[in-house]
Design a protein around this ligand. Structure first.
Ligand code: 4NP
Length: 166
């Protein structure tokens, strides 16, 4: 089933390198959207250019796979000007990512900028800690918090889509 926001809503997840947190968020959100019958434009990007073209970190691929989500085919890219018009929502993992986005956003960009945990009651403004310098447990912990965040965004977008179509 496809709902009313097809082709209107686009969600871009953003972290620093686009190899750990935002690829996990993209994969988890695709699954959450599909489970709700939401057909959306979904992608991820980094504010930095260190890892352009690389696949996700092996630890991120493993933790996603452990939760039934395949993110191995993703390739890192950097946020670009067009993203601020193509996507309706650009969702940062932490405060530095959000500030990076704000500094790059064109004045007339149409995307709304937010943080991942903003959609969870009581967790507005909280960051998703960067697991890059951590161990497998840090990646599992990141997956857990990212999953909760993307589920909340999927619910919010689903509510908004049904409100618009009635
Ligand atoms: P991410 O993690 O922003 O979640 O993809 C990082 C990836 C790479 C680096 C830092 C964080 N780095 O410094 O190369």
């Amino acid at each position: 089933m496809h709902r009313g926001i097809d082709h209107k809503t686009g969600v871009l997840f953003v972290c620093l390198g686009n190899i750990c947190r935002s690829p996990m968020a993209e994969g988890a959100f695709r699954a959450a959207a599909e489970a709700r019958g939401l057909s959306l434009l979904v992608d991820s990007a980094g504010t930095a250019s260190y890892h352009l073209g690389q696949g996700p970190d092996a630890r991120a691929i493993t933790v996603a796979r452990n939760h039934g989500v395949d993110i191995a085919d993703q390739a890192a890219r950097q946020i670009e000007r067009d993203d601020f018009y193509r996507f309706t929502h650009i969702i940062a993992m932490d405060r530095a990512n959000l500030e990076g986005l704000r500094s790059k956003a064109p004045r007339d960009g149409t995307a709304r900028l937010a943080m991942l945990l903003d959609a969870i009651e009581g967790r507005r403004g909280e960051p998703v800690a960067d697991p890059y310098y951590g161990d497998a447990a840090a990646f599992e912990a990141a997956w857990q918090v990212i999953s909760r965040g993307v589920e909340a965004w999927a619910e919010k977008l689903l509510r908004e889509s049904t409100e618009q179509s009635v």
